[in-house]
Design a protein around this ligand. Structure first.
Ligand SMILES: *Cc1c(COP(=O)(O)O)cnc(C)c1O
Length: 391
């Protein structure tokens, strides 16, 4: 069996070996294993120092103050805390909330739940590239709108929303703006001092950190009020109780610092790999690149293959780790709601795959992957043509 070529970085990334080393420094008896909330001995203070250094590293990547970073178990929890917490806290002012149909399930499911709790949701449709036009947000605003949630980068398409414009408009109206930035960190410059957002969800495992840790940016001055969803102990300014996972947090900080330092180089390299992969597919007819030509991150490439069933293609591509739809939705084997959401006909949505590249992807892997795709798509089409000819 040949080695699997991993082209599913948008689902998760391996932990950078440098980060893995950090992870191990906070676990064992000879390490800094203390409880960061222990105030009476050095092991506690050292753990606290590690947590606070990581807080600064995460803050540096998004341009906020370290005091605005709240640790969570991942972007799913951050989305829950932001959306449910902000909606609950502002429910006296209004009960209308807005999001798009192509958000991550962590956002969609929170909005659906809030609908059962007496909130009214406007579900925005993206344009055919997957972007939500700022005007559609403006048109949906009402007197009683309290919260808007949009993703910075779509996890299936890689397209970027115009967070700055939407944010400026919402800031003027006093509407809280939450941004799911799990796919944006390390892939594009983020600066919340320039992007007027109030809440931002982050995850470590999309940025070469470990799974199970994330953060929520909660803007201060003026404070964004968020109702806690996890009670007990009052950690993290009372917003998220629970003993801090020092090893995970230190690792996330390290991963974000590396992402910050390498941002431009990685972007350029991923752009080269993307172009190289598309070059490798150039001889194949009937291939569509979904999403937006320029308003996108380089590492995520969603392709539609005419006259191909995506599941058959995935089977034919055994040895290539790619995805049809997002990892969370593909358990259901339904065609991707994101691809349907941008108005793709079922036949093309069915025959679409997401290829996502990352830090450890090599040019050789990209060439090999493109070759296998050309071969597999050609073979599947020949089979289908053969079947048609014999009936
Ligand atoms: C991966 C992802 C999430 C979920 O993050 P976890 O840390 O796995 O909970 C949320 N939103 C987007 C856009 C993602 O890509």
């Amino acid at each position: 069996m040949t080695k699997t070529i991993y082209l599913d970085y948008a689902a998760t990334t391996p932990v950078d070996p440098r980060v893995a080393e950090t992870l191990t420094k906070y676990l064992t008896p000879d390490g800094i294993f203390g409880n960061p909330a222990s105030r009476s001995h050095a092991l506690g203070w050292q753990a606290e120092a590690a947590v606070e250094q990581a807080r600064k590293q995460v803050a540096a990547l998004i341009g906020c103050d370290a005091r605005e970073v709240v640790w969570t178990s991942g972007a799913t929890e951050s989305d829950n805390l932001a959306i449910k917490g902000a909606a609950q806290a502002a429910s006296q002012r209004g009960r209308h909330i807005i999001t798009s149909r192509v958000e991550h399930k962590a956002v969609l499911d929170c909005f659906e739940w809030l609908e059962t709790q007496g909130f009214e949701v406007t579900w925005l449709d993206p344009d055919h590239t997957g972007r939500v036009a700022p005007d559609t947000v403006a048109d949906a605003l009402r007197e009683d709108t309290i919260l808007v949630s949009l993703m910075a980068v779509n996890n299936e398409l890689g397209v970027c929303n115009d967070i700055e414009r939407v944010g400026a408009m919402l800031r003027e109206k006093g509407v809280i703006f939450h941004v799911d930035a799990a796919q944006a960190t390390g892939k594009m410059a983020l600066d919340v001092s320039r992007m007027p957002v109030d809440l931002m969800a982050l995850s470590a495992h999309k940025v070469y950190g470990p799974k199970g840790v994330g953060a929520l940016y909660v803007r201060r001055s003026p404070d964004v009020v968020v109702a806690a969803q996890m009670h007990g102990g009052g950690h993290e300014r009372g917003l998220r109780s629970g003993t801090l996972a020092t090893h995970q947090i230190a690792a996330m900080g390290h991963a974000f610092a590396l992402a910050d330092a390498q941002l431009e180089d990685e972007r350029a390299e991923l752009e080269r790999l993307r172009a190289r992969f598309l070059d490798g597919l150039a001889e194949l007819p009937g291939v569509h690149v979904h999403g937006h030509e320029t308003q996108r991150v380089p590492g995520i490439l969603n392709l539609g293959f005419e006259d191909i069933d995506g599941e058959s293609l995935i089977l034919a591509l055994r040895g290539l780790a790619v995805s049809s739809g997002s990892a969370c939705a593909s358990a259901t084997m339904e065609p991707s709601y994101v691809l349907r959401g941008i108005g793709l006909p079922e036949s093309i949505a069915q025959g679409s795959l997401r290829f996502s590249f990352g830090r450890f992807t090599t040019a050789e892997e990209v060439d090999e992957a493109a070759g296998r795709v050309v071969e597999a798509v050609g073979r599947l089409r020949d089979h289908a043509a053969g079947r048609r000819a014999t009936v």
